[in-house]
Design a protein around this ligand. Structure first.
Ligand code: AMP
Ligand code: MG
Length: 478
């Protein structure tokens, strides 16, 4: 029996619209996340009358849930769009567990008042892409929403072609976005901005609740800034590109949120644009830190009825140093260096430049560095002399590293993954699932759940992307 406490539904009705789900026909499970289910103290396997299956494919309300579509706005590719909202998903409710509360959101659940001409559905392909990345990032210790299951039915929807429809259950601490604040700010509902800020502080940042009124909103903003800086530092360190960093896709708790045309980088390219629809490269890999700041500026503006301009500016100034500090620490750790020394930034940057020039695989280069004689490292670079020159500097640096070699190697293999959600692997798993064969999907998910541990007979998943995959394109269509 699931137990809900729906605090968002207790807010004023201006924040959402109650909205029933539209069922998929003849539903079946595509994939269940049993590990996450047990964290949530539920079992997806103990479902004799298919009640859970029906509920999680939109067919029957879960007792205690109060499905609602949240309203928000957002800056999309730099342009303000005054009315967005959950156009194809609903917040089912807030699940109570002994460890805390979790939003259960059903994505692809049918039309809502915010569907704006869309069909309210999600396709199997994009639902599985979100499922795969959510769980891959969680295993890499990158904050993000989680995925409990994907269901599908006999329904089809039209994108560029006819595709199977599906639903994903997204599990998150929060579904409040930067764009939620923008909606109320720009529509002049300043009381609601305050109400939403108070709600977020109490629910997600309880450590702030006791602060004086004059301080609490700036503390809230600073906390969001800090979490966002840490989030983006982690993306940059694992080579993850989000693809659509619109302010409606920025979580107020600093989670990776709304996985669309994301990409885990194969060959290192700092200007990597994973979203085929992003013609200007606004959300290119190396633009993410700056876009994070742009989005925080937008949030700051939406909070300007609560926080003085000078305080907003002072808070925003903390973002860049926090991001750099976290990123540097992560990169140092990837190189197996225990304490930062003055030339380390140079060492990291010169490695990245070399990787860029050689099209070296980001993941395999770092994985290979634990053992610098390894063939996997050397294979990444056509400029062998360039690699050897860099390795000479690296070896010299390792002489001033206060850790034994075996320990360093062990540590590096615990922070540099071997298995990542490469585009072509996700594609194969999805194509299999579309044809009713889940072998690839299950195998991939098992490896991504423990991405640092080398498994026997899984060379294919640990290999660089094959040439055919460079042509794979991922667009916003989902
Ligand atoms: P996204 O690109 O998924 O972040 O979505 C941006 C906005 O478009 C949100 O308001 C979504 O709810 C809405 N949206 C995306 N796809 C659909 C769809 N198939 N039907 C209705 N609304 C959609
Ligand atoms: Mg979105």
């Amino acid at each position: 029996m699931l137990s809900f406490d729906n605090s968002f539904a207790r807010l004023d009705v201006n924040f959402y619209t109650h909205n029933a789900t539209t069922p998929l026909h003849n539903p079946s499970w595509i994939i269940k996340n049993n590990a996450l289910a047990s964290e949530l103290e539920i079992s997806l396997n103990n479902d004799p009358e298919n009640k859970l299956l029906r509920a999680l494919s939109g067919g029957q309300p879960l007792p205690g849930s109060q499905p609602l579509a949240m309203v928000y706005a957002g800056h999309q590719f730099g342009q303000y769009v005054s009315q967005l909202g959950d156009g194809r998903g609903v917040l089912l409710g807030e699940l109570k567990t002994s460890a805390g509360q979790w939003d259960l959101h059903l994505k692809g659940a049918g039309l809502t008042p915010y569907s704006r001409g869309g069909d309210g559905r999600a396709v199997l392909r994009s639902s599985l892409r979100e499922y795969i990345a959510s769980e891959a990032l969680a295993a890499l210790d990158v904050p993000g929403t989680r995925a409990l299951c994907v269901t599908s039915g006999t329904d089809t929807v039209w994108r560029e072609t006819l595709e199977p429809a599906a639903m994903l259950v997204r599990v998150a601490k929060s579904h409040v976005r930067f764009g939620s604040f923008e909606f109320f700010h720009y529509s002049g509902q300043l009381e609601r901005v305050k109400e939403l800020a108070d709600y977020c502080i109490e629910k997600y940042y309880p450590e702030i609740t006791n602060e004086q009124r004059s301080q609490r909103y700036i503390s809230f903003f600073k906390s969001v800034i800090k979490r966002t800086a840490i989030l983006i530092a982690k993306w940059q360190a694992v080579g993850f590109a989000h693809g659509v960093m619109n302010t409606d896709n920025m979580s107020i708790v600093g989670d990776t949120f709304d996985f669309g045309p994301y990409g885990f980088m194969d060959r290192y390219n700092e200007a990597y644009v994973c979203n085929h629809s992003d013609h200007q490269g606004r959300y290119a890999f190396n633009a993410q830190p700056g876009i994070g700041l742009w989005n925080l500026n937008a949030l700051g503006h939406a909070l300007s009825s609560l926080i003085e301009t000078a305080d907003l500016q002072e808070a925003l100034a903390e973002y860049e140093p926090q991001l750099i500090t976290h990123y540097s620490a992560l990169m140092l750790s990837k190189l197996g260096l225990v304490e930062q020394q003055p030339d380390d930034a140079l060492l990291i940057n010169s490695l990245l430049s070399l990787m860029q020039a050689n099209g070296a695989d980001y993941t395999l280069t770092f994985r290979g560095l634990a053992n610098i004689e390894s063939s996997v490292l050397v294979q990444q670079f056509s400029d062998k002399a360039g690699l050897q020159a860099w390795l000479t500097n690296y070896r010299a640096r390792l002489k001033n590293n206060d850790i034994r070699k075996e320990q360093r190697q062990k540590h590096m293999n615990e922070v540099n993954p071997l298995y990542i959600a490469r585009n072509h692997l996700a594609q194969e798993a999805i194509e299999g699932a579309e044809n009713g064969d889940y072998t690839e999907l299950h195998n991939l998910m098992q490896l991504l759940a423990a991405p640092y541990m080398e498994q026997p007979n899984q060379e294919k998943y640990a290999a660089a992307a094959p040439a055919w995959s460079h042509a794979l394109k991922v667009s916003c269509s989902s």
